[in-house]
Design a protein around this ligand. Structure first.
Ligand code: MN
Ligand code: MN
Length: 466
């Protein structure tokens, strides 16, 4: 038998750490230190958009609304209602020759306050919540939670809320039943044991010292909120307040080789794509980065990927670059290429039976391509053309980027999809391309530092490719 037949014919599947030299090792850890710092200040879509805009401005990007004409090499962004951000570096080629787009989302599963959140029960004050995105509800009890968001007063005054992150801040939590009294609860199904309507946040226990008031603890809570933020109960009506885990992003493992953090779906890809774009100067094709909102609830609304605001941004690029013939936007999309950058549920050996071991993504084995997504018989799938997969694969091979191909879970155990099909519907060649995450959608998600940096390298190579 030929001596190197295995090497010649079989796919290499070893861990990325195997081929990581000292210099790369240092780059990986430095990049992930920045990533963890950014995660700690960007837990919500508004915070991510705000901080991403700041990073972009520091790197020479300007608000497209302030620019009349665009020429090659220019760097612009469009902030959509403070919740999603589109950025572009104008290429040497005309836009109609196609864009290189990386699209990711910056919203993550969480608990939102209801419009009338505050109530008192048995001399304890609570906030009512409505969960956002796909969560396992039991995971959100008995953990420290912070409140992030905005309150807009009727006169338009905006109050930014961020409480629970600083060591001196209080935190909030959802209580759970002690095991001693949980016999009935323990015999319930996992998804019924904690009900959505019971995800109530404990926020106070001191009453006002006025016997004539009925809800004394509620009133005292309002008094504190009025002193701190100048608001009344009515102002909750026009607020967006989100409960997110207070945990800080941390290195995980004796080897520090993983990141444990809230919201890595999909801030892992968003951060990597943003950082990749910051390194791009004078590309051939215009490089575009989408940081979108509302992916976790179906990409709906005017800050989600289904809205036409992104098309408007591209139309503005065309107009301001002086490329404006009828129907040019469709042509731009039909000639464009995209990586839909979202995390993938990585193979978890503790729950191996829900995965197809031959087609699961693995931690530390590099960037993942999902040729198709969808559920059951590929329903709702965005299925990338083999020709385009070959183009992407070639790009990664040329740049020595470690990649793997996978699909989410074993056939018929579930499935999912992300924003890929929305761009595919416009005519863009698109493939899902992200990193593996364990405990996806949990308050604390796990990813490999090797994969995080490999995502950055992959996205950068994509922007640089003609
Ligand atoms: Mn996602
Ligand atoms: Mn998700």
């Amino acid at each position: 038998m030929e001596e190197n037949l295995e090497k010649k014919l079989m796919r290499k599947k070893e861990s990325g750490w195997f081929t990581t030299d000292d210099e790369r090792f240092k780059q990986i850890f430095e990049f992930c230190d920045g990533y963890m710092k950014f995660l700690n200040i960007s837990k919500t879509e508004r915070e991510f958009a705000f901080n991403a805009k700041k990073v972009a401005e520091e790197n020479g990007f300007r608000d497209i609304n302030t620019i009349q004409t665009l020429t090659e090499g220019e760097k612009v962004y469009y902030l959509n209602r403070e919740k999603s951000l589109y950025l572009a570096v104008i290429g040497k080629e005309p836009l109609e020759r196609g864009l290189h787009i990386i699209g990711s989302h910056i919203d993550s599963p969480r608990l939102d306050l209801k419009p009338n959140p505050l109530y008192e029960d048995s001399e304890l004050a609570y906030f009512n919540t409505h969960y956002y995105g796909g969560i396992k509800k039991y995971q959100w009890t008995t953990i420290p939670l912070s409140i992030h968001g905005v309150i807009i007063k009727a006169n338009g005054e905006k109050i930014t809320v961020n409480i629970g992150e600083d060591e001196n801040d209080p935190i909030f939590t959802i209580t759970d039943l002690l095991p001693h009294l949980a016999k009935d609860q323990a015999s319930k199904r996992l998804n019924e044991a904690i009900e959505g309507k019971n995800l109530n946040i404990l926020v106070g226990s001191i009453p006002v010292l006025d016997k004539s008031v009925r809800e004394k603890v509620k009133l005292n809570t309002l008094k504190i909120l009025n002193e701190k933020y100048g608001i009344t109960e009515d102002d909750f009506v026009s607020s967006e307040l989100e409960l997110v885990p207070s945990f800080k992003a941390r290195s995980l493992g004796f080897d520090y080789a993983m990141v444990a953090a809230y919201g890595q779906d999909d801030k892992l890809c968003s951060y990597s794509a943003l950082r990749a774009l910051m390194e791009i100067n004078n590309p051939e094709k215009t490089a575009v980065c989408i940081l979108t909102d509302k992916e976790e609830i179906g990409s709906v609304g005017n800050t989600g990927m289904k809205s036409h605001v992104f098309d408007y941004f591209i139309s503005e690029l065309l107009n301001k670059k002086g490329e404006n013939r009828p129907s040019l936007l469709e042509k731009v999309f039909c000639n464009s290429k995209m990586l839909s950058a979202d995390v993938d549920g990585g193979f978890d050996p503790v729950y191996s039976n829900v995965f197809d071991i031959y087609n699961s993504s693995r931690l530390s084995k590099g960037i993942i391509l999902n040729k198709y997504t969808g559920v059951r018989g590929k329903s709702g799938a965005s299925d990338a053309n083999a020709e385009y997969v070959a183009w992407v694969r070639n790009l990664f091979e040329e740049n020595n980027i470690k990649y793997q191909l996978s699909e989410l879970g074993e056939v018929d155990v579930g499935g999912g999809g992300t924003i890929a099909y929305m761009l595919a519907n416009k005519g863009v060649d698109v493939i899902d391309c992200g990193a593996a995450v364990l405990s996806m959608h949990a308050p604390y998600e796990v990813a490999s530092k090797f994969d995080i940096y490999e995502a950055f390298r992959a996205y950068k190579a994509f922007y640089e490719k003609n």
